[in-house]
Write a protein that binds this ligand. Sequence first.
Ligand SMILES: Nc1ncnc2c1ncn2[C@@H]1O[C@H](COP(=O)(O)OP(=O)(O)O)[C@@H](O)[C@H]1O
Ligand SMILES: [Mg+2]
Length: 334
Amino acid sequence: MPPLDDLLVSEEQDSNLTYFAFAKPLNGKPHKAEPALAPTKASIGEMPDVLAGRYRIERLLGAGGMGAVYRARDLLSEQFGDPDPYIALKILSEEFAESPDASALLYGEFALIRRLRHDNVLRLHSFEVDTDCQRAFITMELMRGLTLDKLLCERPLGLPWKELRDIALPLLDALAYAHARGVLHGDMKPSNVMLSEEGVRLFDFGLGQAEEGILPGLPHLSRDRFNAWTPGYAAPELLEGQPLSASADVYGVACVLYELAGGKHPFRRMSSVEARDGQLDRELHAPRNLPKHCWPALRTALAFDAAKRTITAAQLRDAMGATSSLLQRLRLRA
Ligand SMILES: Nc1ncnc2c1ncn2[C@@H]1O[C@H](COP(=O)(O)OP(=O)(O)O)[C@@H](O)[C@H]1O
Ligand SMILES: [Mg+2]
């Protein structure tokens, strides 16, 4: 099979720029061609027990909009005596895999996260295709732990500040880092952050995007048709059709942090547009476990109006990391 990078080509469809995977570019320029692996109803097979002759599927870890994530055993690493040959594998759902540009979207997700090397961002291993069942998949680090939505179920009153801080700082650091690398997450919410045995991990960049010009050479993937913003965490401007921005990620992460700090979503789980129209921000007050000195920053991050959300992920991290001067003074005296 030719290398995948040679196989990507774009094809304009309707008014949306959407792209097919797996067709050869001509003289480096994308052209319209029959996709070599364009999935069709007939060509997408049942999921085999072993993918690409190497990854034995063990169990389903989670399923979301686009696909499913399985725990798998890498038989090759196992053969070489690797004591921990387990990986996670994200594969498009059968239904979604039939969409002609689904594999390209999955590749886009892979290319995006591959740019990120940070302790608190999920690590990816490879992008592969099982030629028998004609399905693309990503292999990645297997996280063992709890996603923040599950953690919140166990801790309905939120976390004490010390514990909250240990999650907030690495999470904000991961987001600030991604933004500095030109990568927008697009789906900040508790179920996309894992408190794993090895620390906090930000993952699921399935709705993510690179800032303009960051991934040259890779077809610009239109995610418009697949955008399924999560209303309780998506900033109002996203729900109203504006493009994804770093500031929208800041709104989402601020909702997550607010919820962790008191067990309650800032706007009663309403969509941000409904909450804005109902002026719910007027009755917004600091969550119970958040120190006072962090509140102005978090409140700014929760602004409905993007123009008033004048704080970056890095600034929010710094605000959460700062100790209040009074606390500092007391500690110095002690
Ligand atoms: N690398 C991983 N290790 C362990 N579990 C994972 C991993 N990636 C995803 N999951 C589980 O699968 C679920 C869905 O994965 P996600 O990447 O969020 O896909 P979707 O786009 O379908 O939401 C997650 O909520 C999580 O529970
Ligand atoms: Mg998800």
